[in-house]
Design a protein around this ligand. Structure first.
Ligand SMILES: [Zn+2]
Length: 269
């Protein structure tokens, strides 16, 4: 999970999203806003809706590889996901900055799971909404889930490239940064789906092979255009977090440290 590129939606589509949002915000009560958010999003988030076609196209540009999920980076992204759940934050249901493209296995379990740091004591407070209870806005407080549109998840966690290929919080236990990393890893199931560590292990092999190929081709004197194609190939690969960690942790791997010494330009890809 990496910091996503910031891309702007075309002004016309942005304007229509604002209109959609005003319709929700204009409802007289929070409960009615929650209901309108669910109903109107379902009705408009369709391929027949021009604005949502543009939303999806732009979200696609933010994905790695062949439209890989922005959270797990492995499965195909096919759901417009609200970072802040629309059932809790209806005022964010049609907000472009609240969208990422995600896969079902990431989006489904995340659903309405969300937490804030309580204003009173700073403790992590999961937002629980018992069935049948009156709908109330979530308590105020700083958001726990790491937002990959605004924050670099790798400032909070690192991928263990030497063994488990699972994410590990980097801050000291008990700190707010530690809780944010741990919560994000758990809610998105970034570690406990066996296919993900396996896929990351495969990805590091592929990245290394591509880097070796680039080094060899460069030394053989191929054209600048052909080299650019090789670079583009690396940039288009899935699991960009693995690539980011390969660069960040290169000194821990003798083979990588040597490779980057020979082709230091790869640190900028
Ligand atoms: Zn996913």
């Amino acid at each position: 999970m990496i910091l996503l590129p910031v891309l702007a939606l075309a002004p016309e589509a942005q304007g229509i999203l604002h209109e959609y949002q005003s319709e929700v915000d204009g409802k007289p009560s929070y409960a009615e806003q929650v209901e309108a958010a669910a109903t109107l999003f379902k009705a408009r988030n369709k391929s027949s809706n021009k604005t949502f076609r543009e939303v999806r196209a732009k979200l696609h540009e933010m994905c790695s590889g062949a439209r890989r999920c922005c959270y797990c980076e492995d499965s195909c992204a096919d759901e417009v996901e609200h970072i802040r759940p629309k059932n809790l934050y209806p005022e964010q249901v049609f907000v472009w900055e609240n969208y990422v493209y995600a896969c079902g296995p990431c989006n489904g379990p995340k659903n309405n799971r969300y937490a804030v740091f309580a204003k009173s004591d700073g403790n992590l407070l999961p937002i629980v909404r018992p069935k049948g209870a009156p709908l109330q806005p979530p308590p105020a407080g700083d958001h726990v889930l790491i937002d990959p549109r605004r924050e670099n998840p790798l400032d909070f966690m690192e991928l263990d490239l030497l063994g488990t290929f699972r994410f590990v919080p980097t801050a000291n236990p008990g700190t707010r940064e530690y809780h944010r990393a741990k919560y994000t890893i758990e809610v998105l199931h970034l570690n406990d789906r066996d296919i993900l560590p396996d896929a990351r292990r495969c990805a590091i092999g592929s990245y290394k092979a591509r880097l070796h190929e680039y080094r060899n081709q460069k030394e053989s004197g191929i054209s600048v255009d052909d080299l650019k194609q090789l670079i583009q190939g690396i940039r288009r690969m899935p699991h960009p977090t693995v690539w980011a960690e390969i660069k960040r942790q290169r000194q821990l791997h003798a083979e990588l440290a040597v490779l980057f010494d020979v082709v230091p330009e790869a640190l900028d890809w």
